[in-house]
Ligand binder design. Structure first.
Ligand SMILES: Nc1ncnc2c1ncn2[C@@H]1O[C@H](COP(=O)(O)OP(=O)(O)OP(=O)(O)O)[C@@H](O)[C@H]1O
Length: 240
């Protein structure tokens, strides 16, 4: 596995609550990692920290291909991202990461293709080019013909597939998904997670997904089990 993102010794406290008590995690190109565990065990905190959304109180998050803001990089070609300034961190998230949440992440007034094109436009790609790049994602995600629909005219599964297209539009190194099938029925959930894992892998990106659904997690190459802010186990599947 060629590691692209890693967190070492991650600690996060909220007042007297220890959300993470010293966790190590690594993901590689084309790798898919599910984070599972009981409610309140620290799954979302872990995802938010490695995604550069929440800053840890202890430990480091390293991303390949980044320069460290100050001091000597921890290793050649790697940079610490947990201590970057807010502007650099949000630019990095836009360029190198894609995000899929449970629901409600699409802008209701925009057609599906413009929702997908939005991250590209935020990166300065002109509207026409961004929309034509966005359209390329519709066929692989089984969304042909739905380019002009607004989110309110899509089923829950279709809307999640548009959200996956949007996460992949910038060709990110890592896709983060927090309960991406949480609002879907079992059959739709299966279809969406199958597409999420396969399209992300085909793209050579890593996938980090929080889920409490064992059937969803089983689509990932590896599962990290979290309990009380600590890793309580690993499972590995031979077929991702
Ligand atoms: N912003 C916050 N402020 C205070 N406490 C928080 C905050 N975020 C998380 N926590 C606490 O940290 C612990 C871990 O929360 P986290 O959301 O990471 O768990 P989780 O495993 O994702 O839970 P769930 O499955 O219910 O979403 C919990 O005790 C939670 O109450």
């Amino acid at each position: 596995m060629s590691t692209v993102l890693a967190g070492y010794g991650l600690v996060k406290k909220y007042g007297s609550t220890t959300a993470l008590a010293g966790v190590d995690v690594e993901v590689g190109e084309g790798d898919s990692l599910a984070i599972m565990g009981p409610s309140g065990s620290g799954k979302s905190t872990l995802l938010h920290i490695v995604a550069g959304i929440v800053r840890p109180d202890g430990g480091q998050v390293l991303l390949r291909g980044e320069r460290s803001e100050m001091g000597v990089p921890p290793a050649e070609g790697w940079g610490r991202i947990d201590n970057l300034g807010e502007n650099r961190l949000s630019a990095l998230r836009r360029k190198r990461f894609g995000f899929v949440f449970q629901s409600g992440q699409l802008l209701p007034e925009l057609p599906a293709e413009e929702n997908v094109a939005l991250p590209l436009m935020l990166e300065g790609v002109p509207r026409g080019r961004a929309v034509s790049r966005a359209r390329r994602w519709f066929a692989p995600l089984g969304l042909d013909g739905l380019e002009q629909r607004r989110p309110g005219q899509l089923s829950g599964g279709q809307a999640q597939r548009v959200a996956i297209a949007r996460a992949l539009a910038v060709e990110p190194d890592v896709v983060f998904a927090d309960e991406p099938t949480g609002a879907l029925d079992q059959r739709t959930s299966d279809e969406v997670v199958r597409l999420l894992t396969s399209v992300t892998r085909d793209q050579g990106a890593a996938l980090v997904m929080v889920t409490h659904d064992a059937d969803v997690a089983a689509h990932c190459g590896r599962i990290l089990h979290v309990r009380d802010g600590l890793i309580s186990g690993h499972s590995q599947y031979t077929v991702a």
